[in-house]
Design a protein around this ligand. Structure first.
Ligand code: NAD
Length: 532
């Protein structure tokens, strides 16, 4: 007689066969493949399931999560989790997991394919030959051999592209301000400044996430600094390359060719770059290989089985490591930790080699390792994006050459409970500390040598200046002239009274030009934008 299934899993988006086979091969699991649900149907049926597996199509909203009764895990085959309400799942103690990194090889191979196709005019020659022409003289190419490839962002995909390009005897250099020089040496790739990379490279390939900092990173100014005849490849995210500036650089002849898999607006039905002969394009298919789709299906099936049956957690996006009874007490520290980590990264212009974390006062009585993980997640997410989760944050930090030290003390100066974190690297350091006010509210209470009390939320500017008359007025006038409203503003002076900081909350996003204008004002030492 067949043993009764213990866990019921719903596969709600189409999933590669190998993944389904893994689920069906488990006696303790009953797997139902039922795609094309309407949200109403999913809400009605979700209470029957212990787990749901989706790809990018099905949305698991708070409404659906709240209608569940026995749901324990939501598995996303792929990376992006915009279609899952992670907060709602967290509140209900439901684990959300994804499969980062499973499509890295696919994306790296696509990059190489695009580079070769562009350098030898393959798409153009293919179209011409198939139209009956025989234009042997028209498609003169360039070789990759002995050319310099500049890689912007040397993470998982950038590293795989580097290895493959070195195999084709290219000289590979990379720019990545967030990777420690030691980790780059281990990868065998020389790290250079962005300026260096732009002026030395024959080919430039981008492999960063799209963040505030990388948006239009390759824009008019960058093109100006490049070698004439440079070729650009973007298989990362649309918006990192400024498409208008690229169009201009192609028309002027500064850029010889561009190979694009991603666009500022997708689906890119109509894009002026499509009319340029030496631009080749694909419709965001970097991850579209049978193997990558199979990898994500197998990975998510394995992870879900491992969690339900063996109670082992991999690639969790939310918090599995805190038991439900302790969670309400620890939750505010997890939130505070994530904000502090993110703040610290955004104000640090150096590759972090060491992170030191001090837990002071009441918080030191708890098991703090989940808070440390939350801090690391906050620290890495601004430049790595959704791939960083509660399980891999520590591993990613280690791989990137960040040493983490924790210490605890029962005294906490003026606050019942305080978390202070310090980042060090390349001879520089930054400190930020936060404290809990009551049971849930938290504030940033220290930035480097300055005491402050600020809500870590929203769109902020951190300005460091010499403490002279007129500085604050100039900042207000500059922002006012640009129609940017200051919601709140906190000041603090150091003990000697010579240096000061201001932390401003702004009502609207600030452009790079306004940041530049602020930094040119008299007595300003630095201006940093922080988004929490
Ligand atoms: P990753 O997180 O492993 O690596 C990203 C790297 O970029 C990190 O090393 C980070 O330090 C670096 N970085 C961040 N900000 C930077 C900056 N301002 N300047 C220079 N470097 C910076 O990510 P990954 O898995 O290698 O993915 C890279 C990109 O490829 C992502 O944007 C991802 O979304 C994209 N991607 C596209 C496809 C596709 O279908 N075309 C498929 C997979 C991934």
């Amino acid at each position: 007689m067949e043993e009764e299934a213990v866990y019921r899993i719903l596969v709600a988006d189409s999933l590669s066969r190998k993944g389904i086979e893994i689920l069906k091969g488990e006696k303790a699991i009953k797997c139902y493949v039922w795609t094309n649900f309407s949200p109403g149907e999913l809400r009605a049926t979700i209470r029957e399931y212990d787990g749901i597996i989706i790809r990018g199509k099905t949305t698991v909203s708070a409404d659906i999560i709240n209608a569940s009764e026995r749901l324990k895990v939501i598995g996303r085959a792929g990376i992006g989790i915009d279609n899952v309400d992670v907060q709602a799942a967290m509140r209900r103690g439901i684990l959300v997991m994804n499969t980062p990194g499973e499509n890295a090889v696919a994306a790296a191979e696509h990059t190489i394919a695009m580079m070769l196709a562009m350098s030898r005019n393959i798409p153009q020659a293919n179209a011409s030959t198939k139209s009956g022409k025989w234009e042997k003289g028209k498609f003169m190419g360039v070789e990759l051999y002995d050319k310099t490839l500049g890689i912007i962002g040397i993470g998982k995909i950038g590293s795989l592209v580097a290895e493959r390009a070195q195999g084709m005897k290219m000289d590979v250099i990379a720019y990545d301000p967030y990777i420690s020089p030691d980790a780059a040496v281990q990868k065998g790739i020389p790290l250079v400044s962005l300026d260096d990379l732009l002026s030395r490279s024959d080919f430039i390939s981008i492999h960063t996430p799209l963040t505030e900092e990388t948006g239009h990173l390759v824009g008019a100014e960058a093109f100006e600094r490049m070698k004439p005849g440079v070729m650009i490849i973007n298989c990362a995210r649309g918006g990192i390359v400024d498409e208008r500036a690229l169009l201009h650089a192609l028309r002027s002849g500064k850029v010889r060719g561009a190979a694009l898999d991603v666009f500022e607006n997708e689906a890119a039905g109509n894009n002026p770059l499509f009319d340029v002969e030496n631009v080749i394009c694909t419709p965001h298919i970097g991850a579209a290989t049978n193997e990558a789709q199979q990898n994500v299906a197998v990975a998510i099936a394995d992870q879900v089985v491992d969690f339900l049956i063996n109670k082992r957690i991999r690639n969790a996006v939310n918090i599995p490591i805190v038991s439900p009874d302790v969670l309400p007490v620890v939750q505010p520290y997890l939130d505070l930790g994530k904000k502090l980590g993110s703040f610290l990264t955004q104000i640090s212009d150096f590759a972090i080699e060491e992170l030191s974390i001090e837990y002071k006062g009441t918080v030191a009585e708890y098991e703090v390792s989940p808070i440390t993980v939350s801090i690391l997640r906050g620290l890495l997410t601004p430049y790595m994006g959704e791939v960083v989760n509660f399980v891999n944050a520590s591993i990613i930090a280690k791989d990137r050459g960040i040493r983490v030290r924790e210490s605890k003390s029962s005294s906490s100066e003026d606050f019942a409970s305080m978390v202070a974190i310090m980042a060090m690297g390349g001879g520089e350091r930054n400190i930020v500390a936060g404290a809990l006010f009551g049971t849930k509210d938290f504030r940033i209470v220290q930035i480097n040598d300055f005491r402050i009390e600020a809500v870590p939320k929203g769109n902020m500017l951190l300005i460091h200046n010499y403490d002279r008359p007129g500085v604050i007025g100039n900042i207000g006038t500059t922002l006012g002239n640009r129609n940017i409203n200051i919601a709140t503003m906190q000041f603090s002076r150091d003990r000697l009274g010579d240096n000061a900081i201001s932390l401003l909350h702004l009502d609207s996003v600030i452009s790079k030009e306004v940041m530049e204008e602020l930094s040119q004002l008299p007595n300003i030492i630095s201006v940093k934008h922080v988004e929490l």
